[in-house]
Design a protein around this ligand. Structure first.
Ligand code: ADP
Ligand code: MG
Length: 381
């Protein structure tokens, strides 16, 4: 199995790498280190910005930030992730230079500094490194935002309210990276719990941990290695369509709508808005059901709901792609696969081999476990 799956670097390895770069660049030892995880969502897609439920878990993949305050008003920040756009070092005057610009990766950091809840922050030097693949759908962006926020908390503490921290990081992505994302990614990056998925109610911003450690169960992440994320105008378009459908139904959000109400309003909605709302309303229900089934360890039921979710994303929300459809079909052919990410423990090897045979692209795999959210790290090795 080990040879088929990618090995995830540990927090200590990432700290060591960032620390060495810090010493090389700034000529002294860093004093502070913090990290935040990437995430995978088991079910509940495009429900967060409709005030529905999502069911993500934090991953062992992490973004780590190490650094030290300096005596000025400037921040000097380096990323070691070569997938980010160049230059990989930015020098910011914290009093004047927190507007979006180039390189794009720095916008996430600028946004976090801008929305930091105990700003202004004094000057600092920092190095970032991450084992979350950039742009691979595991939310490297929220992981970066939350890791960076956690780093700033050590330089100048805020009030420590975790939900507000997640919201500030979401605002950073909206205002500075220009991505009108929901709250899920930042929320689980802050509040993820080891051994649990989180059922997040995106209306009340409450989260319930759902146990997800079972020796008979494996969470397998398959990266299609094609970049088809909802970029450009597509994501805001979906959001707008949902808002329009909610408005026509006379609701604040699709969370408050039922399928019966949607059917009754069918004549007043265009076909596309109808399909989008259909997905969202049913997906919110599926997510709650999946959390219940998970608690009862009814993995076949969870898997069935995951398959329905994928089909709905493909046919109603129209956000799948041929590669993903291919991967899901291949995985579901294997005995012991409940849903794309949930497998019986003894099914991992044969699932990976089958996908490799069937998939036209070059997939990579991670066997993973539900991990904890953002935290302070030790620099002493
Ligand atoms: P995802 O969040 O699914 O990985 P996004 O497109 O939302 O994909 O975010 C990826 C972007 O976030 C990268 O292109 C880069 O600009 C930024 N980013 C994430 N992690 C890092 C990092 N460690 N260093 C620099 N930039 C990063
Ligand atoms: Mg992202």
């Amino acid at each position: 199995m080990a040879t088929l799956c990618l090995v995830v670097r540990t927090a200590a390895e990432l700290v060591a790498e960032a620390r060495a770069k810090f010493v090389q660049e700034f000529g002294e030892e860093p004093q502070l280190a913090a990290c935040a995880p990437g995430r995978v969502n088991l079910i509940g897609e495009h429900t967060d910005y409709n005030e529905g439920y999502v069911l993500p878990m934090a991953l062992p993949m992490l973004t780590v930030v190490v650094g030290k305050p300096n005596s000025g008003h400037d921040a000097h920040i380096i990323t070691l992730n070569k997938d980010a756009d160049k230059p990989w070092r930015v020098d910011l005057n914290l009093q004047t230079e927190l507007v979006s610009g180039q390189p794009r990766w720095a916008n996430y950091v600028k946004g976090v500094i801008h929305h930091y809840r105990a700003s202004p922050v004094p000057g600092f030097n920092a190095v970032i490194t991450s084992s979350v693949p950039l742009g691979g759908g595991l939310s490297s962006s929220a992981s970066l935002e939350v890791a960076f926020y956690s780093f700033l908390q050590q330089i100048k503490p805020d009030d420590g309210v975790k939900v507000s921290k997640a919201v500030a990081c979401q605002q950073a992505e909206h205002s500075h990276a220009g991505v009108p994302c929901g709250i899920m990614d930042q929320f689980v990056a802050v509040l993820g719990e080891k051994g649990h998925a989180l059922l997040i109610d995106c209306r009340s911003l409450e989260a319930k941990p759902v146990p997800l450690l079972d020796k008979n169960l494996v969470i397998l992440i398959t990266n299609s290695n094609v970049k088809h994320s909802l970029t450009g105008s597509e994501y805001p378009t979906r959001r707008r369509q949902c808002e329009q459908a909610a408005a026509i139904l006379g609701k604040n959000s699709l969370r408050e709508a039922t399928m019966k109400e949607l059917e009754d309003a069918k004549g007043r909605l265009d076909e596309v808005a109808y399909k989008r709302a259909w997905h969202v309303i049913e997906e919110i229900q599926r997510t709650e059901q999946a959390a219940e089934a998970l608690k009862r360890a009814e993995y076949k039921e969870v898997g069935k709901l995951m398959v329905e979710s994928h089909n709905s994303l493909r046919d109603l929300y129209e956000v799948s792609c041929p590669e993903l459809d291919e991967l899901v079909s291949a995985a579901l052919e294997v005995d012991g696969v409940f849903g794309m990410t949930l497998l019986q423990a003894d099914a991992v090897d044969r699932t990976i081999r089958h996908i490799q045979e069937q998939y036209s692209g070059n997939a990579t795999f991670y066997v993973t476990t539900p991990s904890e959210g953002a935290r302070v790290l030790s620099l002493s090795s």
